[in-house]
Design a protein around this ligand. Structure first.
Ligand SMILES: [Zn+2]
Ligand SMILES: [Zn+2]
Length: 414
C-alpha cells in the first residue's frame, strides 16, 4: 500500500481549501505562477522517481539481508503493546536520521544542490510542501543505512518514511500562527516557517521532520519572532519557473566554481565543503554581491491575462496525465510509462516557459502540440486517439485565439 499516493488527493483538496480561504481573506499568500512551479517540481520529482528510486531499495535490501544485527520479523510489528512500541521506536529512529539527513542537506554543498529545490519558493503555502527535489536519490539513502544495519524490516521503514513525509505537508502554511505547547515538541507551521527563511537569525535552523526536540538537543532551534517576520526563499534566487532548472541551478553554480578554480583540491572541495564556501581564487575573480534582506524582491514573471487561463487549463491536463501515469505504473512498470512521462516532462517545460511570458514559448508550445503529443501518442500504442485529437485541436484553437487576443491588446495600448 503506497500511503503517499493515497494522501495525494487529500493534499490537493487541502491546497484548494487554503487557496479559497486566502482569496476570501485577501492575504495574497498564493500566486498562481509560483504555486504551479512548486507543483511542477513535485510532479517532476514523483515521475523521475519511478526511474531512480530502485537504487535505494537495492542498497537497503542488500544491507538488510547481509549485515542486519537483529533479525526482526515483520510479525513483531503487530497491534500488541510491544508491537506498537516497536512501531513508535522505528518512527522516532527514522525521524532522528531525517534530522541529520536534512541538516547535512543544508550544510554540505552537493547535498544542498539537491535539497535547494524545496526552498526556492518565495511564497509559503501548502503547495510549497510538494515542491520536492528530483536528485535526492543520489545520496539521501545513506543517512538511513543505520536503521537497516540494526535490522528494522523494509516494509516498516517504508511506512514510517511515508508517515514522516505526509506529516510534513500541513506545516507549510501561514494560515496557522502558533500552537502553544505543540510548538515545543513538534515541527509545527511556526517552527517550519523559520526553516524556510532567509533572515540571518533563522538560517540553518529547525531541521526536524516530526519532532523539534532534535533541534533543541543539537543546538539548531530558533523560535519565530513577530518583530522579525520571515522572508521566504533562498539567498541566490531561482528567478525562473522552469522546474528542470530548479533542479540544476545549484549544481550549475558548483560546476562553475569547480571549473574556474586552479587548485585540484578545491575542485573537489567545492562539492563537499560547507555550503557557501568558494575557492579563494574564484571568489576573488568572480565576487558575489553581499546579501541584503531589505532588497529582496519576489520573482513574479507572468503570462498575459488570457494566457494565464491557458496555462491553468494545461496544468489541469498535467495533473490528469500524472494521475493516469500513477495508475498505469502498477501494471506496466517504469519502462511502460516512459513515453507518457517524456510527454509530461515536455509539457512541464513549456508551462514554465509560458508562465515566464517568454517570446519563444509560443513556438515551443506549438512544437509540443504539433510534434511531441502526436508522436508520443502514436508511440504509446494503446492511446485513445479521439481524446488526443480533441486535446490537440482544442489546445491549438485556444492557444492561437489567445495569441491573437493578446496582440490586439498590445496594439490598443500602443
Ligand atoms: Zn530544508
Ligand atoms: Zn519545508
Amino acid at each position: 500500500m503506497d500511503l503517499i499516493a493515497l494522501a495525494v488527493p487529500f493534499f490537493l483538496l487541502a491546497i484548494i481549501i487554503e487557496l479559497i480561504v486566502d482569496r476570501a481573506r485577501h492575504k495574497g499568500l498564493f500566486r498562481a505562477n509560483d504555486a504551479i512551479n512548486s507543483l511542477s517540481a513535485g510532479i517532476l520529482s514523483t515521475t523521475t522517481g519511478y526511474f531512480t528510486k530502485f537504487l535505494k531499495f537495492i542498497i537497503w535490501g542488500y544491507v538488510l539481508q547481509n549485515f542486519a544485527l537483529i533479525d526482526m520479523p515483520l510479525s513483531w510489528f503487530d497491534t500488541s503493546p510491544q508491537g506498537i512500541a516497536l512501531w513508535v521506536t522505528a518512527a522516532i529512529a527514522w525521524d532522528f536520521c531525517y534530522y541529520w539527513f536534512h541538516r547535512f542537506s543544508h550544510e554540505i554543498s552537493i547535498l544542498w544542490a539537491a535539497h535547494a529545490v524545496h526552498h526556492q519558493s518565495e511564497d509559503y503555502n501548502l503547495s510549497t510542501a510538494l515542491r520536492q527535489t528530483s536528485t535526492g536519490f543520489l545520496f539521501g539513502w545513506v543517512f538511513y543505512l543505520p536503521l537497516f544495519l540494526i535490522g528494522f524490516p523494509l516494509e516498516v521503514l517504508i511506512t514510517v518514511n511515508a508517515i514522516n513525509l505526509i506529516y510534513q505537508f500541513w506545516v507549510h502554511t501561514q494560515t496557522i500562527r502558533r500552537l502553544g505547547v505543540l510548538d515545543y515538541i513538534l515541527i509545527t507551521p511556526s517552527n517550519h516557517r523559520v526553516h524556510h527563511a532567509q533572515n540571518e537569525r533563522y538560517i540553518d535552523k529547525n531541521y526536524g521532520g516530526i519532532l523539534i526536540l532534535w533541534d533543541r538537543m543539537f543546538g539548531t532551534f530558533e523560535d519565530e519572532h513577530d518583530d522579525d517576520p520571515v522572508v521566504f526563499g533562498v539567498r541566490k534566487p531561482l528567478a525562473s519557473w522552469n522546474p528542470f532548472w530548479a533542479n540544476l541551478q545549484v549544481y550549475d553554480y558548483l560546476l562553475f566554481d569547480a571549473r574556474k578554480t586552479a587548485r585540484w583540491r578545491d575542485k573537489i572541495g567545492v562539492w563537499f565543503r560547507r555550503t557557501g564556501w568558494r575557492p579563494p581564487d574564484v571568489a576573488a575573480q568572480y565576487p558575489k554581491p553581499p546579501f541584503d534582506l531589505g532588497h529582496v524582491t519576489k520573482f513574479d514573471a507572468a503570462p498575459g491575462p488570457g494566457m494565464r487561463y491557458y496555462v491553468l487549463a494545461q496544468f489541469v491536463v498535467v495533473l490528469l496525465l500524472t494521475l493516469a501515469i500513477g495508475r498505469m505504473i502498477g501494471t506496466t512498470g517504469a519502462v511502460g510509462v516512459l513515453i507518457p512521462c517524456l510527454m509530461l516532462w515536455a509539457q512541464l517545460w513549456t508551462i514554465g516557459l509560458l508562465n515566464e511570458g517568454r517570446e519563444h514559448a509560443v513556438r515551443v508550445e506549438l512544437a509540443r502540440l504539433l510534434l511531441v503529443v502526436p508522436v508520443g501518442a502514436a508511440a504509446q500504442q494503446e492511446t485513445f486517439w479521439p481524446v488526443v485529437t480533441a486535446y490537440i485541436g482544442l489546445s491549438l484553437a485556444s492557444f492561437v485565439a489567445l495569441k491573437v487576443n493578446n496582440k490586439q491588446r498590445v496594439n490598443k495600448l500602443i
